[in-house]
Design a protein around this ligand. Sequence first.
Ligand code: F6P
Length: 335
Amino acid sequence: MKCALLTGGGDCPGMNAFIRAVVRTVLNLSPESQVWGVVDGWRGLVFGQYRLLGKRDVSGIAALGGTILGTMRFPELATNVEFQKQAARNLEEGGFDYLFVIGGNGSVKAAWTLEQILRRNSWRTRILVAPGSIDNDVCNNYGTSIGFYSALERSLEMLSWIRDTASSHRRVYLIRSMGRDSAYLAFYAGIIGGAEYAIRPHETVDFEHLAEIAAQRDRDTIIVVSEAYPKSLREIQEILEGIFRRRGIEREVRAVDMSYFQRGGKASVTDILRASWLGYRMVCDALRGAPSGFYAAYYIGHVQDPLPLEIAADDARTNHLDIPPEVIRMALALR
Ligand code: F6P
């Protein structure tokens, strides 16, 4: 078997564990096979940039954040038909039986686009995709993406640091979280970090209510803000300060952005295990000649049928960017 392996979109912890699992499983279960790492994600596939990976190339990387293969944003692929054809042609001409991908929902869509070109031309390559994104916006009604729990662990640590200083000063801290247009990372960070409130991207915020929450707390108030919420931290800060002034509440407000720190660092145990399991399973399926598909990440040992790429790439059928109401009720109950 000749395989290509690609990490797409924003990097996340767990991608390296996936790379290691795919390379080791292929070379241990099918020693005559080859795994070629695509350098810098989808862009590297279009421009034919690969490197052959051996077992030693993936030593000691399971817990390492980022991706050793590199990844670059390449939005052109979504619209440039020539790039799409070139990527598919490179797979065919390179004689690749399988392309293994880990990435976010942009990668799932790219995989589906290439899949259609490959099948139309009766070319050989099959594409197997695993969800890798801190945003948890990849088919998230079928599991949670790899990288999500690692980013939550990082967030928990940062929120606890902020809590120390916030409580010393009777301050309100507004903390910006990544997650793109998905509420998951910000909201779950709020739950685990014991935030007093987490602002979701599309909600209508009652700032008087937020000010009231801060007023009723003896000292610190932590508010996590999703990056896709339309108001900036500065604007939210000014609104709250205005309300505090008007109502004679003595609270200072500070704002901090934890975004890129959330994406880096060591992978969580959960993400290492799930990425390893998924990589292993996908290779086993490939060795049996499986068709293209999307593999949701549950937990180690769990076997579940892959979804057709066509469904995985369709936001209307798979993506819930907002938090289920029951989880919101739980968060309020725990406050
Ligand atoms: O998709 C992962 C993510 O970290 C998002 O949460 C964020 O909106 C985006 O990537 C930032 O992307 P970039 O690093 O390319 O600016």
